[in-house]
Design a protein around this ligand. Structure first.
Ligand SMILES: C[S@@+](CC[C@H](N)C(=O)[O-])C[C@H]1O[C@@H](n2cnc3c(N)ncnc32)[C@H](O)[C@@H]1O
Length: 426
């Protein structure tokens, strides 16, 4: 494949041909654009083959003349390539309805072919009318072909890479150990998690160091550091110089992000995919610093259990740096005249208006893409049995507040003295 930049035009032409073949119900053209083992994951998790996909194009009752696609990003690296696009369809009564498409491409005999497509919801489709129409139509069209597949252990436990599909990692050369962030590659935009990946990572890491310093905490040679919920390494990469003397780990439930990190940021850092179960496969007191940038913004019921796990993993003289949405975030959102996309999405939901002024915590959405807000004193109560708050910095990570905590020793002591006790706080 050619370079990422050259690839964009070719990807746009591919997507145009792919869309035209569907709109014109041109099954032969559509077949030629798919590999024989092509798989498509529908928004409800069912997987269909190329034959089933082509049959759907023919049988479709959707007015596919209204189908449009818009290329978001295109990325080629060595023998593999991927594109991300928005697929939308005009509805008589409600404007357009949209889904996200993530497509893997292969070059076969000089021709690009799609080997896998995953269709997922757009942000907007928490509004009942939007996104639902295409999903319902796809469901109706495919239900006779394959019984619904309930999520397996993998999907429930973490985010498997190319779920439901066989996959391979092309053979690669081991990378050199580098200690400069500039020598580390950037991930493809589809792994940026909605951030401007290259732009703010350093700022967020610098702010973290300032808060740690204000709490009297210094990293020492030989320390272990964990970035929990590391994504594609937006923050961890800025720790590269520390890798000379420290062992630095990143963990995330998204295998796709972890696979990219393992193949591009190791051996400077080490990575693992973890499950949503609040347990990580490290020994007690393994780390002196654990940081979680915008992780607890997606964790609701399991927050206490994860905090207990962080306490177990931290050395007694260690600390944890956690960012949350809190009342300061709410105030900032309310004051915005033109909120950015995610904030605008949050503020449009009924839960926002119902919950923002008078809640210990509230969630918008209920999976790992949810947005969770904590009243700061409620989060402090969650922390209390295991941690002591050392510093609080509003606005440390975009609109999020950072909370720096250190373990209470011995673990499990509570801050509130009980009758007959001299006091629990260390
Ligand atoms: C908003 S992103 C932040 C990514 C990264 N910390 C950064 O600052 O760029 C949240 C990340 O947390 C991950 N995540 C969500 N729940 C998790 C869990 N229970 N354990 C580990 N990672 C989790 C998501 O997959 C995602 O990569």
């Amino acid at each position: 494949m050619n370079t990422a930049k050259d690839f964009e035009g070719e990807a746009a032409r591919f997507l145009e041909a792919w869309t035209r073949s569907i709109v014109e119900r041109d099954v032969e053209a559509a077949r030629a654009l798919r590999t024989a083992d092509y798989r498509c994951i529908l928004p409800d998790g069912r997987v269909i083959t190329a034959t089933e996909d082509l049959a759907m194009i023919v049988a479709s009752q959707i007015d596919i003349r209204q189908l449009r696609t818009e290329l978001g990003s295109a990325y080629a690296n060595g023998g593999s390539a991927s594109i991300r696009f928005v697929l939308s369809i005009g509805l008589e009564d409600r404007g357009r309805d949209a889904l996200n498409g993530d497509m893997k491409l292969e070059r076969q005999g000089g021709v690009l072919r799609a080997s896998a497509l995953a269709l997922t919801n757009t942000y907007n489709d928490t509004r009942p009318a939007v996104g639902g129409r295409i999903k319902r139509l796809l469901h109706r069209l495919t239900r006779r072909r394959r019984a619904a597949r309930p999520p397996g252990f993998q999907e429930m436990a973490y985010r498997p890479y190319q779920s439901g599909l066989d996959y391979r990692l092309p053979r690669s050369q081991p990378r050199e150990l580098v200690y400069e962030e500039v020598d580390l590659p950037l991930p493809p935009p589809e792994l940026w998690l909605g951030y401007n990946y290259p732009r703010h990572g350093r700022l967020h890491v610098d702010t973290m160091w300032q808060v740690l310093e204000s709490g009297g905490f210094m990293i020492k040679p030989g320390d272990r550091i964990l970035d929990l919920g590391c994504g594609a390494g937006r923050m961890i990469r800025h720790l590269a110089p520390l890798a000379r003397t420290c062992e630095i780990w990143g963990a995330d439930i998204s295998s796709e992000h972890i696979l990219w990190c393992q193949r591009h940021l190791t051996p400077t850092f080490h990575f693992l995919t973890n499950t949503k179960t609040p347990h990580l496969p490290f020994a007690d007191a393994s780390f002196r610093l654990i940081y979680c940038g915008s992780l607890f913004t997606h964790i609701d019921d399991m927050a206490r259990a994860w905090l207990l796990e962080l306490r177990r993993l931290l050395a007694d003289d260690g600390c944890a740096y956690i960012t949350i949405h809190d009342e300061d975030t709410i105030q900032q959102f309310d004051a915005m005249e033109a909120p950015p996309t995610v904030a605008a999405h949050i503020m449009r939901t009924p839960s926002w208006a119902q919950s923002k002024d008078d809640s210990d915590m509230f969630t918008i959405g209920r999976d790992e893409n949810s947005q969770v807000f904590y009243a700061r004193d409620w989060f402090a109560r969650l922390l209390e049995p295991m941690f002591e708050i050392v510093a609080i910095r509003p606005g440390a990570y975009f609109y999020q507040t950072a909370i720096l905590v250190r373990p209470r020793c011995p673990q499990g002591a509570t801050a509130t003295p009980r009758a007959g006790q001299s006091g629990g706080a260390a």
